[in-house]
Write a protein that binds this ligand. Structure first.
Ligand code: F6P
Length: 378
């Protein structure tokens, strides 16, 4: 019997965290289950810091709010956690302390709201004996086994609005406008917003680009009397035979998410200016994609995910992730989510080698983009 549960939100924030929390709390209360929230994700689990969540106060009026009322941590892999010992930085497996905290305080289930690295740790905690139910979050939409993650639609909507705004300034000044969007090693945000915003080119990590091809597409538009172009560049896009653009390596390359991508848009912009003779400007959209109010789509998706997660807990189905499969609400084993990345506590997630869902050549979005003549740089 599930009587006391806790939620943790982990990884980079997205619009929709609070909507999931609210749905879990509401479904829990309807079934006389007490609900708590660990503060700042896995870090709260380690420090045993949590608050009571209730629709009477803490979890009231939060559906439309961005961020997370219980915070969220990046770089908090408790299986490989940064600590200082005798003035030295060392990385330690502190997961047993988390397991103790959960068992001592009698939580029957922990809901882990997060992306690929969060769900990898969730699966590892499952193997350590905790009852875990994951909910797939990330603006990047790269969590395996689900059609869509919460937060993604809001990010695409923000990127689309940015493209609309760039269109008018590009047209007025006869310029190329490059828009760098997030997505880490996946091109979902770039590709979908390029289609939604009517961009002329979309460069994504899954298709290394040839800048000459992009320049030629822009020159062709010029010949047809269109002296402006919009190019959407995923932060993880890179040229054929070249490297991904890295802004810095945090934590000396240790911990979980240690590489901060950045510079892909500026690189493309400079090269296109040289090759086409047109003025080019780059806009980096950044954290705008993650903040603020969720779209109606994300509110509904998050609510479905939260309610389903609590339903699964009541049914005693643990070690799973709520998913949307072919448009229907469902769940899969966390084992399927981590894929071949089976080793407990291995440095994983948020890296170019983690088990992620990427854009494929035969995806509807890729085919549609090609059909309508969006240059993908190949
Ligand atoms: O994974 C979500 C994401 O927003 C990526 O799109 C981006 O590369 C990264 O997080 C930024 O991470 P941070 O919040 O640590 O700067």
């Amino acid at each position: 019997m599930v009587k006391k549960v806790a939620i943790l939100a982990n990884g980079g924030d997205v619009s929709g965290f609070n909507a999931v929390i609210r749905a879990i709390v509401k479904t829990a209360e309807k079934n006389n289950v007490e609900c708590y929230g660990f503060i700042d994700g896995y870090r709260g689990l380690l420090k045993n810091e949590y608050i009571k969540l209730s629709t009477k106060d803490t979890a009231s009026g939060i559906l439309h709010k961005g961020g997370s009322i219980i915070g969220s941590s990046t770089n908090a892999n408790v299986f490989n956690y940064k600590v200082e010992e005798n003035g030295q930085v060392v990385y330690k497996d502190l997961s047993e302390k988390c397991v103790e905290n959960v068992k001592n305080d009698g939580f029957d289930c922990i809901f882990t709201l997060g992306g690929d690295s969060t769900q990898k740790s969730a699966r590892d905690f499952s193997l350590r004996g905790l009852n875990i139910i994951g909910v797939p979050k990330t603006i990047d939409n790269d969590v395996p086994c689900t059609d869509i993650t919460f937060g993604y639609n809001t990010a695409v909507t923000v990127a689309t609005e940015a493209i609309d705004r760039l269109h008018s300034t590009a047209e007025t000044h006869h310029r190329i406008m490059c828009l760098e969007v997030m997505g880490r090693y996946a091109g979902w945000i770039a590709l979908e917003s390029a289609i939604a915003g009517g961009a002329d080119a979309a460069l994504i990590p899954e298709i290394p680009y040839d800048i000459e091809k992009v320049a030629n597409a822009i020159k062709q538009r010029q010949k047809e009397g269109k002296d402006f172009s919009i190019v959407v560049v995923a932060e993880g896009a890179f040229p054929k035979g070249g490297n991904i653009a890295v802004e810095n390596e945090r934590d000396g390359g240790k911990g979980v998410i240690n590489i901060k991508l950045g510079g892909a848009g500026e690189r493309v912009s400079k090269e296109l200016e040289e090759l086409t003779g047109l003025t080019s400007r780059c806009t980096v959209l950044g954290y705008m994609q993650r903040g603020g109010t969720p779209t109606a789509f994300d509110r509904v998706l998050s609510t479905k995910y939260g309610a389903k997660a609590m339903e699964l807990a009541l049914e005693g189905k643990f070690g799973v992730l709520t998913v949307i499969k072919n448009g229907k609400l469902d769940y899969v084993s966390l084992e399927d989510v981590v894929g071949a990345n089976k080793e407990i506590g291995a440095v994983q997630g948020g890296t170019s080698v983690s088990n992620t869902k990427n854009v494929t050549p035969d995806d509807d979005l890729t085919r549609t983009a090609r059909d309508i003549g969006i240059c993908l740089g190949d």
